[in-house]
Design a binder for this molecule. Sequence first.
Ligand code: MLT
Length: 208
Amino acid sequence: MSEQAPDLGFIHRFSPGRDDSRKPLLLLHGTGGDENDLIPLGQRLSAAAALLSPRGKVLENGMPRYFRRLAEGQFDLDDFSTRTDELAAFVAAARKAYRLPPPIAVGLSNGANIAWSMLLRNPKLLGGAILMRAMMPFDPRPLPDLDGIPILILAGSNDPLIPVDQAALLAALLGEAGADVTYEVVYGGHGLTGDDLSLAGSWLAKNG
Ligand code: MLT
């Protein structure tokens, strides 16, 4: 793990890859997480890939997030756009600094939501995405051309925070934008299960 990560505007961790044929992973934590949270998941999903893991800058009662929300499931849409662009600028700067091809975003909950927002606002920035427990609380049309970009959406059948309908709507919208969407509902709640890990691992073996 790099001890002296350059200041690219976000506190982050970067771990160089050991196999250039594996796409780097951009790890985006959930509310209350930080840059350390998803490193073990990234290492498990794609052992030889480079890992880039920024900490969200917004604090909600001391808990890091990537953008502000007005209430659970109600995004502050102005902040959502601004923070999406700020994170996208970080990803672009990190790609340059660490000489990375477009990474695959691996986002959990709040991290998954900012990941799809980056895809919609900046379709060439990422090489794909795994969106775990993501939601779509508004209509983001008009949609860009996502041109076959591979996306895996993992929803929890009994997620108390995110109705499965919202994940299904997200899958439909990303498909409508031309992405190559795989949508899976696993038996479980908001937290990740063994099924999430195995589905994400096999998807990455093909797309990562
Ligand atoms: C969000 O604000 O991104 C969603 O409510 C998911 C969450 O952070 O719990």
